[in-house]
Design a protein around this ligand. Structure first.
Ligand code: NDP
Length: 330
């Protein structure tokens, strides 16, 4: 049974006299910095001189160059894209760390693949929320929280776990639950979702759209049926609350239930199991990590090509039309 920490397990006073330097004011950086400040922590931001810096400043933070923010921080929270963390860390953060500081990650990638090694006198912590920053902020404002995975890679000060849990509390994670797993497990599970679950869902929807339209179905109706009505999103939220099969039993007619159970068995075969195994192997042996770092080094050219292709797909224009003709209030 996984160990989970809640509000009473965490005490903000362990870090309340310390300065938290949030490096990066993007998706996670903004949300975490705002939540931590609202929780009473002393937060500064480190960012290059650009729009993100302006936004942080306009939202009331003292913003510095990354090296200067790292120099002032007791806890240095690294919230920039994973594949550039090692370079930024080596050049701007590590030379400014002092004994007793902590470096904090929201994803284990750089540590799991040995790109960053914490100096021996510095704590190395993981507080990894399980949702994008927008939700981390929205849930917090509703007095709710997004769950997180937490870990301590290195406890140099003897108070690394107290610091980890205090940070998890400050961003709202202990309201829902902060689950202790290793940096490696967090990284591998996160990549697994991104390499199997999301591509499976998104790829299936895109392919289904194409084949349905080829078969003469109305494009807008196809998108509406596949996910545009929001049914898919709503039932997945319900499934997270009560269980996948409970959701099917509670909401689906016998015809729907039969279809789901029968086709789940027909569609998934031994071959799918082998594909899952290959995905796990490529994460574990570092081949995906190497591919990602290569992609970053070559300026994300493949990513850009794939994004342009998706943006220009017939399904994307059908989506836009559907959003104009079907109107939700929220
Ligand atoms: P973002 O892509 O939103 O990060 C943007 C920030 O990184 C900006 O402040 C940007 O500043 C800065 N940045 C980008 N490139 C550079 C560079 N070369 N040098 C210095 N700063 C740079 O990242 P996320 O918030 O998505 O991810 C941050 C961390 O959080 C990652 O470890 C990620 O895995 C983790 N995480 C992300 C989640 C998500 O849903 N997005 C969920 C949970 C964890 P500038 O404008 O100067 O480029």
């Amino acid at each position: 049974m996984a160990k989970v920490y809640y509000e009473d397990d965490a005490d903000l006073s362990h870090i309340s006299g310390e300065t938290v330097s949030v490096i990066g004011y993007g998706i996670q950086g903004r949300a975490q910095a705002l939540n931590m400040r609202d929780s009473g922590l002393s937060v500064i931001v480190g960012n290059r001189d650009d729009d993100y810096r302006k936004r942080a400043r306009s939202e009331g933070f003292d913003v510095y160059d990354i090296h200067a923010a790292a120099e002032q921080g007791d806890l240095v929270v690294i919230l920039i894209p994973d594949e550039i963390q090692a370079e930024v860390y080596r050049e701007q953060i590590e030379p400014n760390l002092k004994d007793g500081n902590a470096i904090v990650f929201a994803h284990g990638f750089a540590v799991r693949y040995g790109l960053i090694w914490p100096p021996h006198a510095v704590d190395c912590l993981l507080v990894a929320p399980r949702m994008p920053g927008g939700y981390v902020r929205d849930f917090f404002l509703r007095n709710d929280g997004v769950p997180a995975f937490v870990d301590v890679k290195q406890d140099a000060t003897g108070k690394a776990w107290q610091r980890t849990l205090a940070l998890a509390k400050a961003i709202g994670a202990t309201r829902a639950g902060a689950m202790a797993i290793s940096f490696a497990e967090e990284t591998e599970l996160d990549h697994f979702s991104e390499h199997f679950v999301y591509p499976l869902v998104i790829g299936a929807l895109a392919l289904a759209y194409e084949v349905l339209v080829e078969n003469g179905y109305t494009p807008e109706a196809a998108v509406m049926e596949l996910y545009g009505s929001r049914e898919l999103g709503e039932v997945l939220i319900e499934a997270a609350k009560i269980g996948l099969y409970q959701m099917v039993e509670k909401h689906a007619s016998p015809a729907c239930q039969y279809g789901i159970h029968a086709y789940a068995r027909k569609l998934f075969s031994q071959n799918t199991q082998q594909q899952i195994q290959t995905i796990i192997d490529e994460i574990k042996d570092g081949s995906f990590a190497a591919e990602l770092l290569d992609e970053q080094r070559t300026g994300y050219q493949k990513l850009e090509r794939m994004m342009v292709e998706s943006r220009n797909s017939p399904m994307a224009s059908t989506e836009a039309r559907l959003q104009e003709i079907i109107t939700f209030k929220t």
